[in-house]
Design a binder for this molecule. Structure first.
Ligand code: FPP
Length: 250
């Protein structure tokens, strides 16, 4: 996998999102439609993720958050859960040299509750090894749920109040400080593959004012060019953040 490929150049974007969150959906359907098993779809999804990381770096994106395992994914068959746990570990270990070379900093967003301790250890090791990298921040959402993250922050604030350490009002800023990765900027572009139009409990707090782009491509078919198409779509959007323009058109 090449980071810069002279035959694959990104277009000139009018505007580049600082933070992209991506729901990597459609691995199962991609595999089943080829007579393969779901786990083979996840394997194909790994290459797509790497290509999208390269494309994000080339486009100048600073943060990419990838939904690798949701708090709802525990409902899947024990075999698929076991595979996804093992595969997360394997991918982190197998790809970390390449990600080091690309100057990528890995961070984990998610809860340790129920998550395999060996997966937590691998995520923490990847965070530690890449902590000094100054390029793209790749947030791996593993055992992540948006509601759970909000509850986590609320509970931390309650705890601080109990200890008498909460000074002043509960502001958005004070609340954000208790999220899984407090320094993470708000999501600008929320991207989902596979034609499904829903958020699935991803980045509920951080994506309040994100632009949403839903593409029909199944995740294993995703490439850096697909990401660039989504960024072009994003750059055409007019973001107002609740503000309004008054320009009568006659
Ligand atoms: C959703 O597709 C995908 C997942 C739940 C797992 C995401 C995993 C990868 C992209 C694999 C590579 C990356 C890492 C970090 C291990 P789905 O299974 O819901 O597909 P479906 O909707 O077609 O059934």
């Amino acid at each position: 996998m090449k980071l810069f490929d002279p035959e694959r150049n990104p277009p000139k974007f009018a505007k580049v999102p600082e933070h992209i969150a991506v729901v990597m959906d459609g691995n199962g359907r991609w595999a089943n439609s080829r007579g393969l098993t779901r786990t083979e779809g996840h394997r194909a999804g790994e290459a797509a993720l790497l290509d999208v990381v390269a494309g994000a770096i080339e486009a100048g994106v600073k943060n990419l958050t990838a939904y690798a395992f949701s708090t709802e994914n525990w409902k899947r068959s024990p075999e698929e859960v076991r595979f996804l746990m093992g595969y997360n570990k394997e991918v982190l270990r197998r790809r970390r040299d390449l990600l080091m070379e690309w100057n990528v900093r890995i961070r984990w967003v998610g809860s340790a509750k129920r998550l395999w301790p060996s997966v937590v250890a691998e995520l923490q090791e990847a965070e530690r090894l890449t902590a000094k990298n100054t390029g793209l921040v790749l947030n791996m959402a593993v055992n992540y749920g948006g509601r759970q993250e909000i509850l986590h922050a609320a509970s931390a604030l309650v705890e601080r109040a109990r200890e008498g350490k909460l000074k002043g009002a509960v502001t958005e800023k004070a609340f954000s400080r208790e999220l899984y990765q407090p320094q993470m900027p708000d999501v600008d572009l929320f991207l989902r593959s596979s034609g499904e139009i829903r958020t699935s409990n991803f980045m509920l707090w951080e994506a309040s004012y994100a632009e949403y782009v839903f593409l029909d491509d199944l995740w294993p078919d995703f490439t850096r060019e697909t990401l660039w198409r989504a960024i072009e779509e994003y750059s055409k959007r007019q973001r107002r953040f609740g503000n309004a323009d008054d320009r009568p058109i006659n």
